[in-house]
Design a binder for this molecule. Structure first.
Ligand code: NDP
Length: 306
């Protein structure tokens, strides 16, 4: 009995090596070379072909290769009883926090402006800092760390989340208080999981409720953003710019209008990439827990979708 890794188009050799290092006895099959479906008790998934899991009659555990599980839950053929786990890892958090802080500081210290000035050989010392309050949408594993580090830097913050929370050391707004949240910030960072509720949350109705000139950072998922609404919000001045790491279609097609907008900075979904060496131990741990019928770590709530 063992594991199947299903991540089409990706070289998963390093995953196989790391899992084998932790437990030589686990048999690992890699899609599409799966010779014995009955052997598979756990799958490790990234962008799997929808419906494929029905081929594994003894499947008991689904592990996401990353922090998000939207790529798994979008497969409606997956039975409700199968537990799904995700990656929670210090290195993933470290990279994400650094990326977001880089974006926040670039806006606050106006790096784009000085790059343009340099091209025109302009020396302009006026207004060197844009005052900021950073609003983090989704204060979970990743967003919570960003808030903590920004607070350490004395940068004003506000958090936004699903459920009410008390005794936090920063202003926090649950989803019923989104207008108050938006009114209190001028940098908006989307760190939400992609669920039925959050898909398309970054839309023109929301942008028009933002302070004029708000800067958007989206590191969560492309489908949180209604892409044409970003262009409208930039044209209307509700947003002054955006740093985007995720897109509806990845790689972003050459014909996409975002490439030609000066106010939009693009990175190719690299904000925080799962490190197989760091992630493999929790997958192997969960595999052993599944065999012993013990509670899993980093299991998501199928009802909430994250
Ligand atoms: P968590 O599950 O730890 O946190 C999710 C947060 O979002 C929680 O605070 C939750 O609120 C909040 N939330 C969920 N639904 C809603 C809603 N409807 N309205 C308001 N708030 C909501 O997730 P992580 O921090 O680990 O990861 C977040 C996402 O980041 C991942 O799902 C993934 O898509 C993305 N990601 C992107 C990467 C990249 O390289 N670009 C890399 C890694 C992750 P509550 O606390 O009340 O439950």
């Amino acid at each position: 009995m063992g594991i199947a890794i299903i991540s089409p188009g990706r070289d998963v050799t390093v995953w196989v090596e790391n899992i084998k290092k932790l437990d030589q006895k686990i048999s690992i099959q890699v899609y599409p070379d799966i010779s014995d479906e009955k052997e598979v008790q756990a799958v490790i998934l990234w962008q799997h072909p929808k419906g494929i899991l029905s081929k594994f009659p003894n499947l008991k555990l689904i592990c996401s290769m990353g922090a998000g599980v939207d790529h798994i839950l979008s497969d409606e053929s997956i039975p409700q009883y199968l537990p799904i786990t995700r990656i929670v890892d210090g290195k993933l958090t470290f990279s994400m926090t650094n990326y977001v802080i880089m974006g926040v500081l670039n806006f606050h210290r106006q790096i784009d402006r000085y790059q343009k000035d340099k091209k025109r050989k302009v020396w302009d010392m006026s207004n060197p800092e844009i005052p900021i309050t950073v609003g983090i949408m989704g204060v979970g594993e990743l967003g919570g760390d960003v808030i903590e580090k920004l607070q350490f830097m004395n940068i004003p913050v506000a958090g936004f989340g699903n459920s009410p929370k008390e005794n936090l050391e920063y202003p926090y707004f649950d989803k019923t208080k989104i207008d108050e949240f938006l009114a209190s910030v001028n940098v908006l960072v989307c760190m939400l999981p992609l669920t039925a509720e959050t898909e398309g949350i970054l839309n023109i109705e929301l942008f028009r409720r933002c302070n004029k000139g708000t800067y958007l950072i989206n590191v969560a998922r492309g489908r949180h953003l209604v892409e044409e609404d970003l262009l409208t919000a930039l044209d209307e001045g509700f947003l002054s710019g955006a740093l985007l790491d995720v897109f509806h279609q990845e790689p972003l097609p050459p014909s996409h209008p975002f490439w030609d907008r000066e106010e939009i900075t693009i990175t190719p979904h690299i904000a925080s990439v799962t490190n197989p060496e760091a992630a493999s131990p929790q997958i192997v741990e969960n595999y052993h827990r599944m065999l012993k019928h013990e509670p899993l770590i980093n299991q998501i709530d199928r009802i909430k979708g994250y």
